[in-house]
Design a protein around this ligand. Sequence first.
Ligand code: HEC
Ligand SMILES: [Cu+2]
Length: 411
Amino acid sequence: MKSTLIGRAAALRHVGVGLAGWAASAAWAVNDLPGGPAVNQLGFAPPVTRIAEEQHWLLWMLLIICTVIFVAVFGVMFYSIWKHRKSLGAKPASFHESVTVEIAWTVVPFVIVILMALPATKVLVAQKDTTNADLTIKATGYQWKWGYDYLNGEGEGIGFLSTLDASQRALSSAGTPEGDNYLLKVDHPLVVPVGKKVRIITTANDVIHSWMVPAFGVKQDAIPGFVRDTWFKAEQTGDFYGQCAELCGKEHAYMPIHVKVLSQADYSAWVADEKKKMAAAADDPNKVWTMADLMARGEKVYAANCAACHQANGKGGGAIKALDGSPIVQGPVAEQMHVVLEGRNNGAMPSWKQLSDTELAAVVTFTKNHWSNKTGQLVQPSEFKAAREGKFPAGEGKSAAAGQAATGAAS
Ligand code: HEC
Ligand SMILES: [Cu+2]
C-alpha cells in the first residue's frame, strides 16, 4: 500500500516538475535524455535490468489492486449514503457486533495484504542477493563526487574519481542551463560490461550519500564507516544516469552518476586502455635503477606480495619452496624471470604479471641479493618489459653491468 502511495506521489511530482520546467524554460529547450530523465516524465524510467522490470510490475500490480479497492469501498459508501438518506425515509438498522462482518473485514484485507506481500518480498530478496558477481566495484561518496574502485573481476585495480563536468559547473554558476544532460555529465563515467552481474559496494568518506540509477532499479545508501552493497545486470548497452539520492550538503545536486554499459569486447578494450594509462602514470619502465634503490623497493614488493607464502625469512614451508638458497634464485636471471611471470605448478606459485615491470625487477633483484643469496645480479625494469614480449636476457648475467637493457637474445 505504502509503495503505491509513494509511486503516486512520485508521478504527481513529475507533473509538477514538468510544469515548472515548462514555465521556466522558454529559452532552454530540453529533450528526453536516453537513459536519463524524460520531459514531463510520468512514472519510472524505462527498465534496463530484470529487477527494474519487476519493480515496475509490482508498482502497477499494487496500484491496480489499490484502485479497485478504493473504487469498491467508496462506491458502496456513496451509494449507501445516497440511497438510504433520511429524506427518503430510511430507518437506521440497529445491530451490534456482527461476528460475520467482523471476521470478513479482518480476513479479506489480510488475504489481500499477503497476496501483495508475497511477490514484493520475492523481488526484495532478489535485490539483496549480491552473490556470484562477475565484477565488484566500490562506490565511495565524497562531498561532492563519486570514487570508483574496481575490486574484483575484469578491470581489477582500476580506480578513479567521477566529478561533475567542469563546463556544466560553469553553466550552473552563470545561471544558463543548457543541454539535455545538464548536471548529469561527468568527467569519468563508471564503465561496466553488458549482461554481467555487477556488485556495487557503497561507502562514504564524509557524510551519507546514496548511489541511485533509476533505469537499473538500484538505490543504496553510502554510509561513512559502513559497507553496504547492491547489484545490477544491465541488459542493454548505452548510457544511464542517476544522482546522489541522499541530501549530503550544498552541492548534493552536483554529484551525478553516469554509467556507461559497453559490449564485452568494448569493455575489454576499455580495461586494456585504462591499464596502459595507469602503467604509464606509474613507473617509467625505461628508467635505469641502482642496486640500492631496487633493493629498497623490492623489499616492499616482497613484503606485500610474496612474504605471505615464502615467509619474511625466505624459508617458505611445505610445498612452498624456500627462496633463501634456491638454485633458481641463485641461477641465471632469466630463470627466475620466467617463474615470476608465468607462475609454477599450476598456479600454486601464482603468475605476477599484473605487477609493473619496476615492481618485478625490484622483487627479483631483492630475492637474488637478500638472505644468503648474494648473487650480485641486478634486473632492470626494461628487461621485464622485453621479457613480456618473449625476450629474456641470456647467460648468467652475474655482473651489475648486466642491468642495462636486454640485448635481444631470447632464452
Ligand atoms: C600463494 C603462495 C605464493 C606466493 C604469494 C608467492 N609464491 Fe613463489 N612459490 C610458491 C610455490 C608453491 C612455489 C613452488 C612451485 C613449484 O612447486 O615449483 C613457489 C616457487 C617460487 C620460486 C621458485 C623457487 C624454486 O626454487 O623453484 C620463485 C623464484 C618464487 N616462488 C618467487 C616468488 C616471488 C618473487 C613472489 C612474490 C612476487 C612469490 N614467489 C609469491 C608460492 C607462492
Ligand atoms: Cu551525495
